[in-house]
Write a protein that binds this ligand. Structure first.
Ligand code: ADP
Ligand code: MG
Length: 260
């Protein structure tokens, strides 16, 4: 089971959109995918049609309680894509977990305990912070997928994120790698985004995926219908981009498997 955290401490950069649509595209290729919603806002859960009333068991029970992945995962309308939904009480987990001895390893332990053999790939949709929840995701993961919004300050938050990755590597998870950085909300008509994209590639090199995700209103409409854009409108430019991104992700998976 390969575990990938989708992380960036900035909000609104496309983490959840990437988690939902890459998850859907991977599932379409036959991978059995589990999306763990680690954001108390629960946008991935809502976006996949899991209403608040249907979130009897959640990520909170996984981190703070003793339930297993097998207990808390539910299926979505997307064949091959399951989810562990998030509820509001997850926001309290950051503080409640401080009391726990192995507070950084709660998610890792519950993933390691899983013997159900239900999934090939686990995607973790992280909250917009570098707090204990995101640290749990980094400790539990083989690699990070980092969405970076094409804006002037794109690279600013990145060094802080990479510093955190270094710390996690040093203390808990030496094998943690960067699967890739994906540029999101790319706007062809805006010359600044081209400049940003060139700069990011010059600084980060080949870790940046070739695929860029365009700004596309279909991607932002889909969640209100409770389905991934890839189902809502599979031919829109955003969906096509996420299919291309998933292809690149699949190409990079074998390296992770070897390291795992
Ligand atoms: P995050 O999880 O990093 O906070 P989201 O994926 O929730 O970011 O995206 C933030 C908002 O922008 C959401 O309303 C989402 O629907 C929208 N959005 C995300 N990616 C795109 C895109 N490529 N084009 C247009 N809207 C997007
Ligand atoms: Mg989100």
């Amino acid at each position: 089971m390969i575990c990938i955290a989708i992380a960036n401490q900035k909000g609104g950069v496309g983490k959840t959109t990437t988690a939902i649509n890459v998850g859907t595209a991977l599932a379409a290729t036959g991978q059995r995918v589990l999306l763990i919603d680690l954001d108390p806002q629960g946008n991935a859960s809502t976006g996949l049609g899991i209403g608040r009333a249907d979130r009897e068991r959640s990520t909170y029970d996984l981190l703070v309680g003793e339930l297993t992945l097998d207990d808390v995962a539910v299926s979505t309308r997307v064949p091959g894509l399951d989810i562990v939904p998030a509820t509001q009480d997850l926001s309290g987990a950051e503080i409640e977990l401080i009391e726990f001895e192995a507070r950084t390893h709660r998610l890792d332990a519950s993933i390691a305990r899983d013997t159900s053999d239900r999934w090939d790939v686990v995607l973790i949709d992280c909250p917009p912070s570098l707090g204990l929840l995101t640290i749990n995701a980094m400790v539990a993961s083989h690699a990070l997928l980092v969405p970076l919004q094409c804006e002037f300050f794109a690279l600013e938050g990145l060094s802080q994120l990479l510093n955190t990755v270094e710390r996690i590597r040093g203390r808990f998870n030496p094998g943690l790698s960067i699967l890739g950085v994906v540029l999101t909300m790319y706007d062809r008509r805006n010359r600044l985004t081209d400049q940003v994209s060139d700069d990011v590639r010059a600084v980060l090199g080949r870790v940046v995926f070739e695929t860029v995700i365009p700004r596309n209103v279909r991607l932002s409409e889909a969640p209100s219908h409770g389905v991934p854009a890839l189902i809502y409108d599979y031919k829109c430019p955003g969906s096509e981009a996420y299919i291309a991104l998933a292809r690149e992700v699949i190409d990079r998976l074998p390296k992770l498997k070897k390291a795992a």
